[in-house]
Design a binder for this molecule. Structure first.
Ligand SMILES: Cc1cn([C@H]2C[C@H](O)[C@@H](COP(=O)(O)OP(=O)(O)O[C@H]3O[C@@H](C)C(=O)[C@@H](O)[C@H]3O)O2)c(=O)[nH]c1=O
Length: 185
């Protein structure tokens, strides 16, 4: 199999390591193969691809879509380096409220699979980072949800001191508020 799939401390979150073929021209790698990904437990139908560019210190997140528009994501950095985070929002999960964080970069070429039921975000550790990701449900702005990036109950150790955050991302609720509102999976 051209991929190595590694389940993380939250076992439904999977780190995907590619096989990279380097030669005098550069490199080649497969980045997605439905058959292999399905065998590893990544079963969604990925219906939309996204691409964003951000500068150093930008933190995007933590985002999810609610209800019928929940999204699983397969995330990678095609340029630069990011610290990518997934927070478990599945109320019956043994790892509810816990997070995993990994470095994804143009150098390690890793991808992170984040199932539905998680909040996702990342911070940029290089001058510029371009992040590309597949999602298994279409964008639905009316169903957008979020978790505040610095919720002490979640305790994410972001490797950037004063991240640059959009006005929208500064206003998301805490995990406790999400519980009170019943906005979980
Ligand atoms: C996410 C998204 C945004 N947009 C538009 C809406 C808005 O005008 C502009 C920027 O949107 P945002 O500020 O929400 O972009 P951004 O903060 O990059 O949102 C993304 O963050 C990461 C962490 C994720 O996990 C993604 O699922 C997504 O939520 O792009 C789309 O047209 N389609 C999309 O799928």
């Amino acid at each position: 199999m051209p991929f190595e799939f590694k389940r993380l401390e939250i076992p439904d979150v999977i780190l995907i390591k590619p096989t990279v073929f380097e030669d005098a021209r550069g490199f080649f790698m497969e980045t997605y193969k439905k058959s292999d990904f399905e065998k590893a437990g990544i079963k969604g139908e990925f219906v939309q691809d996204n691409h964003s560019r951000s500068k150093y210190g930008v933190l995007r997140g933590l985002h999810f879509q609610r209800g019928p528009y929940a999204q699983a994501k397969i995330v990678r950095a095609v340029r630069g380096v990011i610290y990518d985070v997934a927070v478990d929002l599945r109320k019956d999960s043994p790892t509810f409220g816990k997070y995993v964080g990994v470095i994804l970069s143009e150098f390690n070429k890793y991808q992170l699979y984040i199932p539905r039921g998680f909040a996702h975000g990342f911070v940029v550790l290089s001058d510029v980072a371009e992040v590309v990701y597949k999602v298994d449900n279409v964008y639905a702005p009316d169903y957008e949800g979020g978790l505040i990036w610095n919720d002490p109950d979640v305790g994410i150790k972001w490797p950037v001191e004063d991240p640059i955050i959009s006005p929208k991302d500064q206003k998301w609720p805490t995990l406790r508020e999400l519980v009170e509102k019943g906005e979980l999976f």
